[in-house]
Design a protein around this ligand. Structure first.
Ligand code: AMP
Length: 357
């Protein structure tokens, strides 16, 4: 692993708000950024020095992009893994192709998590109606059917409450590879944002407690309302996952805290900076975005400590226009992602309140 010093150029695949905030953090440390994204109107383009507007299947453009930068990262996990592999053959790529592939396929993800020694919901793969019947007989009700690929924010998911729901599941999955997993009766949802550098240093941020509305993250609160033992356990689990992937960069590990016994069940991983880590920009000694840049450039990791109690709220659709309210609030930090169309439900920005302890 070669260190990339400030002054170097970081390539970012994907041009959304996560890429934008990585580029802003990178700029502060003196790096240049080159964003690769097929969509001309990408929020990350506004804040980066170089851009490539091309499809993820455009091998010529991918090659030229990789040759123009010192290190490559990505900001969302649905990038075709062939595109990422092509780039990785030319320049260092962090997180690895393996991390991306594991997170792109819910079956691979679940088996990887189980092999890393963390608890997951019981699961079974299916494609056909017969296999679904067998999976249901084994997993029982309630359960959740999820397509193996391209699911996010609850898309491609179906709740199974009774046997008669199974035909409707097939209408959703349409024979695509899927898994049926046991429904976890959880008390709260938490996530750990953890960074691991190429030298193997690991730093986990304080645990965030997440509230979703209509399957989309609404708020993250830090500290989470869990005891110190649970806080430590969640961080150990996230660290175990990062180490067993030999992960380099920042990742999010999403977990359920069950009401019955206070156990922690890992739901999924995101091999990238994450919405539930936005509070770190003003609420932690180092932001998740700067931490990601440090990790992928093989610099020392920063301190992940919280600077107080933090609450992050996503601003969806027209909520972005309430800036006056947030800008007149001395404890609020307002973020606008620079997207022009405030479509209903679209993540347009966020606001973070930090109250020093
Ligand atoms: P996912 O796409 O896996 O992140 O799931 C989106 C949301 O659906 C989660 O944040 C949970 O609120 C809910 N969910 C997913 N899987 C389960 C499960 N096995 N048990 C209970 N709720 C779940």
């Amino acid at each position: 692993m070669t260190r990339i010093n400030p002054g170097g150029t970081i390539g970012i695949m994907g041009g959304g708000q996560l890429g934008r905030m990585i580029a802003l953090a990178a700029a502060r440390l003196g790096y240049h950024c080159h964003i690769y994204c097929p969509d001309e109107n990408s929020p990350a383009f506004h804040v980066a020095q170089y851009k490539t507007v091309a499809d993820y299947t455009d091998e010529k453009a991918l090659t030229a992009f990789a040759e123009a930068v010192d290190v490559v990262t990505y900001e969302f996990e649905n990038i075709p893994s062939q595109a990422v592999a092509l780039v990785a053959a030319i320049k260092p790529l962090h997180p690895s192709v393996k991390a991306l592939e594991v997170s792109q396929d819910r079956l691979a993800e679940k088996s990887f998590l189980a092999a890393s020694g963390v608890t997951t919901a019981p699961y079974r793969a299916f494609e056909t109606r017969d296999e679904l019947g067998e999976a249901f007989a084994e997993i029982g009700k309630p359960s959740v059917a999820k397509t193996r690929r391209f699911g996010y924010d609850g898309k491609g998911q179906f709740m199974v409450k009774r046997k008669s729901d199974l035909d409707a599941v097939m209408d959703v999955t349409k024979g695509a590879p899927a898994i049926l997993e046991g429904f976890v009766s959880f008390d709260r949802e938490i996530s750990v944002i953890v960074a691991r550098s190429a030298s193997g240093d690991v730093a986990a941020f304080p645990v965030g407690e997440n509230v979703h509305t209509n399957h989309v993250l609404d708020t993250t609160t830090v500290p989470a309302t869990i005891n110190d033992m649970m806080e430590a356990k969640a961080k150990v689990m996230a660290t175990r996952v990062a180490n067993s992937l030999e992960y380099v960069g920042v990742m999010a590990v999403e977990m359920f805290v069950t009401d019955a016994s206070g156990d922690i069940v890992v739901n999924e991983i995101a091999p990238r900076v994450h919405n539930s880590g936005h509070w770190t920009i003003e609420g932690a000694a180092t932001s998740q975005f700067e931490q990601h840049v440090r990790a992928i450039c093989d610099l020392p990791l920063g301190r992940p400590d919280a600077l107080g109690k933090a609450v992050m709220k996503n601003l969806l659709g027209q909520e972005i226009n309430d800036f006056e309210q947030y800008l007149s609030d001395p404890t609020a930090h307002y973020h606008h992602y620079g997207k022009s169309e405030p479509r209903k439900g679209r993540k347009m920005g966020h606001v973070t309140w930090v109250k020093p302890e």
